[in-house]
Ligand binder design. Structure first.
Ligand SMILES: Nc1ncnc2c1ncn2[C@@H]1O[C@H](COP(=O)(O)OP(=O)(O)O)[C@@H](O)[C@H]1O
Ligand SMILES: [Mg+2]
Length: 308
């Protein structure tokens, strides 16, 4: 147990007592500075995050607003993802799904609201947050001339994971790419690229996996396989936040789904409860053909007009 830590603030080191060192490596600092140390309370940067309570959700988003100039992309949305949950974010094009994910990933600065990933604020502690989250990279982010084993080693290394040749071979075998190991990324099919990028996203065993439309453009076989891998990751204790346009996908893999549109959260339930809750809504009735489906609820709540 460390007894004190130095917190750099305004170019000066401040010393604080460590009240608790948690299993995840985060520190709870005592509010009072060490006697003899400068009389300054820990500021926001120095103070450790609230306890990563095992019972609390893995991700808590509260009143999140994201804006680009005058355009509000995400308008005060709140939701929580439970540990071990597959959570779907549904919404038409431009609804604000990617902006929500980008804020969680720490890539865009929210205009307001708070995000806590396992108790950590990703803006304040980006590297700590990044260690706990896996983000499926777009195929285009891989250097296309690198060979598959080189890509795996490179990205694992970025996450601080060192893999032996045998471990890489095992990993590639598990995703059906054992014979492609020496190929270049651009030589892989779309489904193979998807499997590789998912594998890399979870190489550091993240607590939360963020997937932005992971099955867009995949054939049915690849899509099923990806669902299987997502469920496998969940069985291993991971939580997943995915965005999708596919109601079938939401119904098949998501424990709960939130429907968002124009940046606002419209409803959040299990797929089954969503149908039960909105089946008598006249907007849903008007678009249903026979028994009400999740897609009827989606279209009923978000409207029939085409979005680009
Ligand atoms: N970098 C950006 N600059 C300006 N506007 C953006 C930017 N990214 C997204 N938007 C706008 O924010 C809104 C939400 O976009 P996005 O989060 O990408 O939605 P979705 O992923 O649901 O399709 C849209 O109106 C989109 O045009
Ligand atoms: Mg998007």
């Amino acid at each position: 147990m460390r007894e004190t830590v130095q917190v750099l603030r305004g170019g000066r080191a401040h010393v604080y007592l460590v009240a608790e060192e948690r299993a995840d490596g985060s520190l709870l600092l005592a509010p009072a500075p060490v006697p003899g140390a400068p009389e300054t309370a820990p500021d926001e940067e120095g103070r450790a995050e609230p306890a990563a309570d095992g019972a609390a959700g893995i991700l808590r988003v509260s009143d999140l607003t994201v804006a680009y100039g005058h355009r509000t992309a995400v308008d005060s949305i709140s939701f929580e993802i439970r540990r071990g949950e597959i959570f779907g974010l549904l919404g038409p094009n431009g609804a604000g799904k990617t902006s929500t994910l980008s804020a969680i990933e720490g890539l865009v600065k929210p205009r307001s609201g708070t995000i806590r990933l396992d108790g950590i604020d990703p803006r304040r502690h980006p590297s700590r947050a990044r260690a706990r989250m896996g983000v499926q990279l777009q195929a285009t982010s891989f250097q296309s001339e690198l060979r598959i084993t080189q890509i795996v080693r490179l990205y694992a290394g970025l996450y601080g994971v060192e893999l032996s040749d045998a471990q890489i071979a095992d990993g590639l075998r598990a995703i059906g790419l054992e014979t492609e190991a020496s190929k270049q990324f651009k030589q892989l099919s779309g489904g193979q690229q998807q499997r590789l990028s998912l594998y890399i996203a979870v190489v550091h065993d993240p607590a939360l996996l963020l997937l932005d439309e992971p099955t867009a453009g995949l054939d049915p076989q690849s899509r099923r396989q990806l669902w299987g891998r997502i469920e496998h990751i969940r069985r291993g204790g991971g939580s997943i936040l995915l965005t999708t346009h596919s109601m079938e996908e939401a119904q098949a893999v998501c424990d709960r789904v939130a429907i968002i549109d124009h940046g606002a959260l419209l409803t959040l339930e299990t797929p089954r409860e969503l149908i039960a809750k909105h089946r008598d809504d006249p907007r849903v009735r008007a678009v249903a053909h026979g028994e009400v489906t999740l897609e009827d609820v989606f279209i009923g709540l978000t409207g029939s007009e085409i979005r680009d």
